[in-house]
Ligand binder design. Structure first.
Ligand SMILES: [Zn+2]
Length: 253
């Protein structure tokens, strides 16, 4: 029941995230309603209907809206349902819903622009640290603080290392996103060893998934040699997968 409810909540806030995305991708001032991508005609309140808004074409030139809107709606609904299934009605549900929403926004921007914006990765880490420290304390989960900090440090250091090793493979933005992912991954555990384990597994899932999708795209000739799949969404999905499966990959404490 909770996953279904949260999927609906995700669908409802998807269009709101779409407004944030407009600002980030096109450097437009955020507007409460969307405009046609080609002629700029206002699309009215219909443009905020989750998913279905994509099927509404512009009254002036019949152009369809941007694919980022339905993608954001669907991704948010799925991510929220997954969070509901994983956490249930626990105090951890809130912070991880926030994380997942932030990851949807950052991933869609990265897919479109190949950028992870400092204006999002920076605050995400700041808010994450604040949540970890405050919520761990309030909920008698002090054992989770050190693993979270260690996860952040380890993931950040590893991605920065890879970035320096082979700059074309990923961007500095990926190295800036990694500490936030490591923070929330480590927070799932109560020992430093498990924090490192879950971060490593998340990285492996991300790199493997990224390579497989990149290979599939190349085989189907959807992308040229120059066009690379951005790393950010893969890191996000890898982290979500390991957050969901964490219990199966951790050592008993
Ligand atoms: Zn138009």
């Amino acid at each position: 029941m909770l996953p279904l409810l949260l999927a609906l909540v995700g669908l409802a806030i998807g269009p709101l995230l779409g407004i944030v995305l407009d600002r980030a991708v096109e450097r437009e001032r955020p507007e409460p309603l969307h405009r046609c991508r080609t002629c700029g005609t206002g699309l009215g309140i219909n443009s905020l209907i989750p998913i279905l808004s994509w099927f509404i074409s512009c009254p002036t030139d019949a152009a369809h809206s941007k694919w980022r809107y339905p993608l954001t709606d669907i991704a948010t609904a799925v991510a929220f349902a997954v969070a509901g299934a994983r956490f249930g009605w626990t105090w951890q549900l809130g912070p991880y819903l926030l994380l997942f929403a932030a990851l949807v926004v950052m991933s869609v921007i990265d897919l479109e622009t190949h950028l992870l914006l400092n204006i999002l990765t920076g605050p995400a880490l700041g808010v994450g640290l604040f949540l970890v420290l405050v919520l761990s304390g309030v909920n008698n989960y002090d054992d989770g603080i050190w693993p979270a900090l260690i996860g952040a440090g380890v993931y950040g250091a590893m991605m920065f290392f890879f970035y320096r090793l082979y700059p074309p493979g990923m961007g500095m933005g990926d190295a800036k996103l990694a500490p936030t992912l490591g923070l929330f991954l480590g927070w799932m555990t109560t020992t430093p060893v498990n924090a490192i384990r879950i971060v490593l597994f998340a990285m492996i899932v991300s790199f493997f998934g990224h390579a497989m999708i990149g290979l599939a795209l190349r085989l189907s000739k959807r992308v040229g040699k120059g066009a690379e799949l951005p790393m950010g969404p893969a890191l996000a999905v890898g982290a979500v997968v390991m957050i969901v499966l964490s219990d199966r990959f951790l050592l008993p404490t």
